[in-house]
Design a binder for this molecule. Structure first.
Ligand code: SF4
Length: 238
């Protein structure tokens, strides 16, 4: 169901004063603090134990460390990939290679109707190709695992490890929140995880092809995303 802006504000206001949500928020804040030094596998195990089949993991497939950690805990965890229709061919090949490697329970979702009316780089383009398809894919889930990291960008510096996300109405789990880019590279090397083919060409944060550029040494890791505009997020992690 599509909510108008006014309906959505009303729903968020209701959630803000719902005692059950307030309790959950408080509980998760304590849990998040306790996880600050925990290994990602332990955080995943907590999420699998708590949410069971009502847990899903979304992955952009710029790398697959989180998948490696998640399937070690639950080989059948549902993994969602947003095929925006604008990915690099290398990303789509990488998705298939990782699907085969882990025999993934992969769900590929596509843009919703009307996406073709919104040009690449606009907020509505991400809304129709990412946000709405993901909302549909996560319908009925209570927990959502993401690969979000504080080191990705200044806008993510304070990301919690677990928290109730009001705008999505579910618990968001970020097992890699405290990881650095170097941690990811080391883990991938130590576990022999294949790299995205564009990594060797300087691409670090890899999204849709028209809005992704390689990153120079010392630049913000997400500097190559929407590099010619003010846009920094696609709307999934606001
Ligand atoms: S990242 Fe760019 S091309 Fe991809 S959905 Fe968003 S605006 Fe559209």
């Amino acid at each position: 169901m599509k909510l108008s802006v006014v309906d959505n504000r009303t729903r968020l206001a209701e959630l803000a004063i719902d005692p059950a949500v307030t309790r959950l928020r408080r509980e998760l804040a304590e849990q998040s603090a306790a996880f600050e030094t925990a290994p990602a596998g332990l955080i995943m195990a907590w999420a699998v134990e708590r949410f069971g089949p009502k847990l899903a993991l979304s992955c952009s497939f710029q790398e697959s460390v989180l998948i490696d950690i998640a399937v070690a805990v639950d080989p059948s965890i549902e993994v969602v990939f947003l095929d925006t229709g604008s990915h690099f061919p290398e990303t789509l090949e990488y998705v298939e290679s990782i699907r085969a490697r882990y025999d993934l329970n992969l769900r590929v979702v596509h843009p919703v109707a009307g996406a073709e009316n919104h040009p690449c780089g606009t907020a509505q383009c991400c809304e129709f190709r990412k946000v709405r398809p993901l909302r549909q894919a996560l319908a009925g889930k209570d927990g959502w695992v993401t690969g979000l990291k504080r080191a990705d960008a200044a806008t993510r510096r304070h990301a919690p490890i677990v928290a109730y996300d009001d705008s999505w109405g579910m618990v968001k789990i970020n097992p890699l929140a405290i990881w650095t880019h170097r941690d990811l590279v080391s883990y991938a090397r130590d576990h022999d995880i294949p790299q995205h083919p564009l990594r060797s060409q300087g691409y670090v944060s890899i999204g849709c092809a028209p809005t992704t550029l390689p990153v120079a040494e010392g630049e913000d890791l997400r500097a190559g995303r929407w590099a010619d505009s003010d846009k920094t997020e696609c709307g999934l992690h606001l």
